[in-house]
Design a protein around this ligand. Structure first.
Ligand SMILES: Nc1ncnc2c1ncn2[C@@H]1O[C@H](COP(=O)(O)OP(=O)(O)OP(=O)(O)O)[C@@H](O)[C@H]1O
Length: 229
């Protein structure tokens, strides 16, 4: 039987900002692979390279060395147009600041990426995701009419309906109170357990990371610990 490729892979991935005396090595030859259907936390002190790693793996920034793949698609070396397509088709995002369109209601926000990609939304899958995230009664509300936790659940639903190879979440609970944060983490956990979704989350919060399957710790742009739970 063919072995499924890892959801995400990095080989000697590096990012240097600037040059000469002012060069900063944000990421220093990082190699790792993340299996499909796992929930991974990336932790480390401020400035350790967490966001840089996430952005390189998500094709939001370009590496200065090494290679990165999402599924069987190599991100490194792609031109902007191809990179945009890989991001659109294979990668879901959840940001600290929700990034919802204020003039659209929850339903319109959730299906927007599919609309932009010219894809039809599978109604049964949409209903399952929205039901699982407890958003069925909120679909006609605009972001301003939703709590922070509800807005973040809309953002998670928006990522999940695309069935991406991986969802990258950058401090998804960073601007939420502890109860709403716990709800959002529960939703991400369920998306892994119930839907087999692969999720990679940057967090400062040890409690948030404790619910993950794996914790990768960075310091000075390198992986210094990699624990499976
Ligand atoms: N655009 C940039 N130009 C120059 N240096 C940068 C740039 N972006 C990040 N850096 C530097 O790269 C290093 C890693 O930054 P990064 O944002 O990845 O860390 P982080 O672990 O996500 O930090 P935080 O937890 O504070 O968000 C830091 O030293 C940072 O100052």
């Amino acid at each position: 039987m063919p072995i499924a490729p890892p959801a995400v892979r990095a080989e000697g991935l590096s990012k240097v900002y600037g040059s000469g005396d002012t060069a900063v090595t944000a990421l220093d030859t990082v190699s790792t692979q993340l299996d499909a259907g796992e929930f991974t936390a990336i932790m480390g002190p401020s400035g350790s390279g967490k966001s840089t790693l996430l952005h390189l793996l998500a094709g939001l920034d370009t590496a200065t060395g090494g290679r990165a793949w999402v599924g069987d698609a190599e991100l490194t070396g792609l031109d902007d147009k191809r990179l945009t397509r890989v991001r659109r088709d294979r990668i879901g995002f959840v940001f600290q600041s929700f990034n919802l369109v204020p003039t659209l209601d929850a339903r319109e926000n959730i299906v927007l990426p599919q609309k932009l990609a010219g894809r039809r939304t599978d109604a049964a899958w949409f209903d399952e995701v929205v039901g699982s995230l407890g958003l069925t009664d909120r679909l006609t509300h605009r972001p301003s009419e939703l709590s922070g936790g509800q807005q973040q659940r809309v953002a998670v639903a928006r990522a999940l309906v695309m069935r991406p190879t991986v969802i990258f979440a950058d401090e998804p609970t960073g601007s939420l109170d502890s109860q709403s944060g716990a709800d959002v983490l529960g939703v991400l956990r369920r998306s892994v357990d119930d839907f087999g979704q692969t999720v990679v989350m940057v967090t400062h919060d040890a409690a948030a990371a404790s619910g993950c399957d794996r914790i990768i710790r960075l310091a000075d742009g390198r992986i210094v610990a990699d624990e499976r739970r």
